[in-house]
Design a protein around this ligand. Structure first.
Ligand code: FES
Length: 109
């Protein structure tokens, strides 16, 4: 696992924003004092999840309002899809996001 620090200051209140990390646009969410990093593109039809909102532990896509659970990534009942959740770690110097490394990347470290 490769851990990269997010260069964003986290406010005290809930928020959702797009971040650029590891060359990818991701969605950073603070909801009820938990930090989540998820893919930023909705698997339904490409909506931008960082333009959405949180409801009862789900991120709601602003385009067609499909919902995805922030702890499991699973789509709401009947959707049959899911989003990718990135591991996050709160360290003394900030928040880190984990990216899986391929065997090839591990070999050439
Ligand atoms: S594009 Fe996200 S719900 Fe349709």
């Amino acid at each position: 696992m490769k851990w990269l620090k997010i260069e964003v200051s986290i406010p005290d209140h809930n928020f959702i924003t797009q971040i650029l990390v590891n060359g990818q646009k991701l969605c950073l969410i603070k909801n009820q004092n938990e930090i989540y990093v998820i893919q930023n593109t909705c698997p339904h039809a490409g909506g931008v999840l960082s333009g959405g909102w949180c409801k009862e532990g789900n991120i709601v896509c602003p385009v067609h309002r499909w919902e995805y659970n922030l702890k499991t990534g699973m789509g709401a009942k009947g959707q049959g899809d899911y989003i990718h959740l990135y591991p996050t770690e709160l360290r003394e110097d900030g928040i880190y996001v984990g990216f899986k490394e391929s065997l090839w990347q591990r070999f050439f470290k």
